[in-house]
Design a protein around this ligand. Structure first.
Ligand code: MN
Length: 438
């Protein structure tokens, strides 16, 4: 548990950021295109609207992309910035960073600057708070915005975080005010049982494209697959949970996953999509499909957006699950890592996340996607392995060695390198992981 002084340092950063915001009428916001970044954007949108500020929200894949601003404006970066000191130091505007990635180097601001990052206050930004959580705390400083707790929870779920420390407070706020409810159950999407089980990637259950196997499974458990998952009795849920846990165990799922999937289930009674898992998957899919604003609209409870977003989610799940089934057999063994090299795959990170958490959880997994003349790398591992192996460091060092760049979190990191350097890069990654595992 973190001490009061760490909480105070963090809240002090947040307060300074709010004070800088109060000096401006207009804010330019750049946020990341993933679920956490979209959730941060939605939180900023709603809290700034309420406080009467004008603003513009744009989504970026990363800080390698161009961004614009007018001199002297206020620019907010959410879910990015902390690891790009050079870029941040060039900005000729007032600047707020709301990030949870490990800070790198020193930012030398040209104008007023507030850096809100849990790492700078002694928190662990990998598990204890995400960018949407940081934005949530910032929003509480601007006004009464506890209704945004479900949106912050979507962001932390998107980043595979835990309900501890600063995140625990967000959950507590939500429960106290009736925006979040907790009951016994399985933390999985909601809807028709067959569809939920076959399209689930969080947790990954391996039923996609295996209708006979799924029917057989449901028959054994004694559950009607055409029923709504939310209509099952406690006793049926228990049976289903036991059978799913056994299946996941046999597949090789990381043991740390079970407590987050089984036992406790969260519900957002006031959101249009009430299942936090489904809502997170939908927003994440919107980000992948370049429909970030649509994802944000769903988070802001815009009725018109829901059907289109669900359609994007179903298409995306189909695509990813098809890719996972296809790629499983192409994974190669290194000494201390496993790796997969793909050409033009839809997404490296989703595949890396699923494979490393549910199917091959004992070693770090490095997935390389060669697309448009660039090699984009996603590295993933479990919390257990990450106690020794720091993938953020591995990606940064190995990428820099071959002239690229990399970074991220201990459990989930990435890099960009030249395709011709892939072999050399993988060798270095393997060497670094072996060195850390000693
Ligand atoms: Mn994030």
């Amino acid at each position: 548990m973190n001490s009061t002084s760490e909480v105070n340092i963090f809240l002090d950063q947040v307060k300074k950021a709010a004070n800088l915001l109060f000096k401006h009428d207009f804010v330019r916001i750049y946020t990341h295109h993933d679920a956490d970044g979209i959730a941060a954007g939605a939180i900023l949108t709603k809290s700034l609207l309420k406080s009467g500020k004008s603003f513009q929200v744009s989504f970026l894949k990363g800080l390698n992309e161009d961004f614009e601003y007018e001199k002297g404006e206020l620019v907010i970066f959410a879910d990015m910035g902390s690891a790009y000191p050079e870029k941040m130091s060039e900005i000729e505007a007032d600047l707020i960073i709301l990030d949870h990635h490990i800070p790198v180097g020193n930012i030398k601001p040209k104008r007023s600057f507030v850096h809100v990052n849990p790492h700078l206050a002694g928190f662990d930004g990998t598990y204890q708070i995400s960018a949407s959580g940081v934005a949530y705390y910032f929003a509480q400083e601007i006004g009464e915005n506890k209704d945004l707790s479900p949106i912050a929870i979507v962001g932390l779920l998107g980043d595979k975080q835990k309900f501890e420390s600063l995140n625990a407070q967000i959950l507590k706020d939500g429960k106290e005010r009736g925006f979040v409810e907790e009951s016994i159950g399985i933390n999985i999407a909601s809807g028709k049982i067959k569809k939920v089980l076959s399209l689930s990637i969080e947790p990954y259950l391996g039923f996609f494209g295996k209708e006979d196997e799924l029917n057989e499974f449901l028959k054994k458990v004694g559950i009607d697959g055409d029923k709504e998952l939310d209509d099952l009795s406690i006793e049926e849920i228990q049976r289903l949970a036991d059978a799913l846990a056994l299946r996941m165990l046999k597949m090789g799922a990381y043991e740390g996953i079970f407590e987050s999937v089984f036992g406790r289930k969260l519900v957002f009674p006031k959101m249009l999509i009430k299942s936090p898992v489904l809502l997170t998957d939908v927003v994440n899919a919107c980000g992948r499909a370049n429909a970030m604003s649509l994802g944000a609209s769903v988070l802001l409870n815009d009725k018109k957006s829901v059907d289109a977003a669900i359609k994007i989610y179903e298409d995306y799940m189909n695509q990813i699950l098809m890719e996972i089934e296809k790629r499983k057999s192409e994974i190669k063994e290194g000494f201390c890592i496993r790796y997969l090299i793909m050409d033009n795959a839809p997404s490296a990170s989703a595949i890396a996340t699923v494979l490393s958490r549910y199917l091959m959880s004992d070693k770090p997994l490095v997935v390389i996607n060669i697309k448009e003349g660039k090699a984009k790398i996603s590295a993933r591992t479990t919390e257990k392995v990450s106690q020794k192996v720091n993938l953020a460091e591995v990606m940064r060092v190995a990428a820099e060695k071959v002239g690229g760049s990399g970074g991220g979190h201990r459990v989930a990191a990435g890099a960009n390198i030249e395709p011709s350097k892939v072999e050399e890069f993988l060798k270095e990654v393997d060497r670094l992981c072996c060195a850390m595992l000693v």
